[in-house]
Design a protein around this ligand. Structure first.
Ligand code: M6R
Length: 606
């Protein structure tokens, strides 16, 4: 989603800003822009589409200056046009960039227009430029202007503003949207996340909600919402290799699919205690106290939560509810039956999940953040962090983060079950041993690329597809459908196999692709019968299954097999062909695999 970067006090800063914007490209955007401050005023370049278009413009007309801000925009208010791209300049005196939504922008705009301000875009963000202009024109200092503007706006935001009269100064502020300030030797930097700054500095200040800061080359002064100076800790972020590359793969997604054995192994290591047994961020005595868990997540992370519900309820006998994060707080949930909330998020920045976690925390639940990005907002705000160690995930479609989440969650479920006395240590060790086999099993499942290629070829011409799974494979069916939709733009739905006969079976017509997930276990026979019902009505069955279960569906049109595995862990292994099928279908259709249309990696608006 929108990305903000800024530099104060670095000669010819526009190239640095562009480089930092490239590091935020993975978040998703549809236009971009940079403004720099020179002795003659602002220099501005904006372009629709990829950053290359902005970089081409800058090659034709370079932007001078030692302070500036850049932005990648993911459209919310107003179409994808150059006029709506950020930065926005008001009265040739103020330039701003903004991430989030100014909820009261309609009323503010009307007031400003009545006062004679002329707007040039359809965005909610432009009101910020005019509010700052008004404040400075009234003679306010930067601190007073910041406090005044913040007192007038509502919503979630991260923003940066510059004024021509203050060439080496930038105002920044945030509420619920992420923003980091990087401190260099003779220059300061701002970025939507630490990754944008990792090539510039490791010393980072994370603003708290409703903080604002005055950033100068020599450092940053931070103020709380009342305008009182406050100290915010300087955090040393982990060294980074900088821009993550594709490592010889065609797409980040292809690389990330192949990184899953490592992502799982590293995540398992993070869930393993010094004595070699499974451990969680909670000590055993506190685990034993958990009597109900609320899972909060969006998209693929929500499907990881749904898989975990099967595991936790079956193994630990602890009730679990899985909530779509964006729905949770607004339906005023009854929380009394739950003592713990697990917020699952790859980015650790999904605003829906963050807000849901805050709501759960305010209701008295202990919050655990299951996140992949260290230092992210959810990681910083949760009572406890349970990390996945998948490494940076750049492709918009979540792959290795999902299987890493599953790894952490089965480990958590097992440790919880043992702490609750629902399983003995022998069973715990048996499951642990199965989990330890996952990296090599996933490695073997990756060999199915060539087997899946012709199936993907056929799928490219489909208008619609169904994914079916039963029991613990039902959430994987929904994840498969999501992967196909978001990458190849083919309509797809995931259903619980047993639910088909209650309505969705009406969708079946001759040749409709039905991707069927099947594993050995209690419900295999019933799931196979459900597939028979679809096949009898003309569906083309693409079976994704374990080697030992393949013969159960001898009517399948296509079969992809993975090695046999404990039924508990089948969701992890069967996910691999599901990801490969979506990847290869999208690749053959020629869609933008790593940055599918309309999507953002880090969704920081509600
Ligand atoms: O970073 P998060 O895990 O909080 O993101 C949640 C969803 O936005 C994300 O999983 C999304 O559904 C992916 N595009 C799925 O591939």
């Amino acid at each position: 989603m929108c990305g903000i970067v800024g530099v104060v006090g670095l000669a010819d800063c526009s190239e640095t800003i562009l480089d930092s914007l490239k590091r935020l490209e993975y978040r998703g955007y549809d236009s971009s822009g940079i403004v720099t401050q020179t002795k003659d005023g602002f220099g501005l370049q904006r372009a629709v589409g990829k950053l290359k278009n902005l970089s081409d413009l800058m090659r034709e007309s370079p932007l001078a200056g030692q302070s500036g801000i850049g932005h990648t925009r993911w459209a919310t208010h107003g179409g994808v046009t150059e006029q709506n791209a950020h930065p926005h300049v008001a009265g040739d005196k103020v330039a701003i960039v903004h991430n989030g939504i100014i909820e009261n922008h309609v009323a503010l705009r009307a007031t400003l227009e009545a006062a004679g301000h002329l707007f040039s875009s359809e965005t909610d963000s432009e009101v910020l430029a005019h509010l700052f202009l008004q404040a400075f024109d009234e003679g306010m200092t930067p601190e007073q202007a910041a406090a005044s503007v913040l007192s007038r706006i509502e919503g979630a935001f991260a923003l940066a503003a510059m004024h021509v009269d203050y060439p080496d100064m930038m105002i920044v502020a945030r509420n619920a949207s992420p923003l980091a300030i990087g401190l260099g030797e003779n220059a300061s930097f701002i970025g939507s996340d630490a990754m944008a700054l990792s090539h510039l500095t490791r010393d980072v200040i994370y603003l708290k909600d409703n903080d604002f800061a005055i950033v100068r080359p020599e450092g940053a002064e931070v103020f709380d919402s009342a305008g009182t100076p406050v100290n915010r800790e300087v955090v040393i972020v982990a060294a980074s290799q900088g821009v993550v590359d594709k490592g010889g793969y065609r797409h980040f997604m292809e690389k990330e699919i192949h990184e899953q054995p490592d992502a799982i192994a590293h995540t398992l290591a993070a869930m393993t205690g010094a004595d070699g047994t499974l451990s969680t961020p909670l000590p055993r005595e506190e685990l034993a106290q958990i009597d109900g868990i609320v899972m909060l997540a969006a998209g693929t992370s929500h499907y990881a939560a749904m898989v975990a519900r099967y595991w936790i309820e079956a193994l630990a006998r602890v009730p679990v509810t899985c909530e779509i994060a964006s729905e949770y707080r607004y339906r005023k949930p009854v929380t009394g039956a739950f003592s713990c909330a697990i917020a699952i998020s790859q980015s650790g920045e999904s605003l829906d999940t963050l807000m849901a976690m805050r709501h759960a925390g305010e209701a008295g639940l202990k919050t655990i953040g299951l996140v992949n990005v260290p230092g992210s907002t959810i990681a910083r705000e949760a009572d406890l962090v349970m990390p996945t160690r998948a490494g940076p995930e750049i492709g918009v479609a979540s792959t290795k983060a999902f299987t890493a989440q599953l790894t952490a969650l089965i480990s958590f479920a097992t440790a919880l079950a043992e702490a609750k006395g629902a399983i003995d240590t022998a069973r715990r060790d048996e499951i642990h041993a199965q989990i330890q086999k996952l990296p090599s099993m996933v490695g073997r499942a990756l060999a199915s690329f060539d087997e899946i290629r012709p199936i993907a070829h056929e799928l490219t011409t489909a208008r619609s597809a169904l994914y079916l799974g039963r029991d613990v494979l039902f959430p994987v069916a929904m994840e498969g459908a999501l992967k196909l939709k978001e990458l190849s733009y083919i309509h797809a739905e995931g259903f619980a196999s047993g639910e088909m006969k209650h309505g969705p079976i009406a969708l079946i017509e001759e040749g409709l692709p039905v991707i069927a997930l099947l594993a050995a276990g209690e419900v295999m026979g019933k799931a196979a019968s459900n597939l028979q019902e679809a096949s009898a009505r003309g569906a083309s069955i693409i079976l994704i299954t374990e080697e030992r279960a393949a013969a159960t569906v001898d009517f399948a049109d296509r079969v992809v097999t993975v090695p046999n595995i404990d039924p508990l862990l089948a969701p992890v292994l069967l996910t691999i062909p599901v990801q490969i099928l979506a990847y290869l279908t999208a690749f053959e259709k020629g869609t933008d695999v790593d940055q599918p249309r309309n999507l953002a990696k880090s969704v920081t608006v509600e």
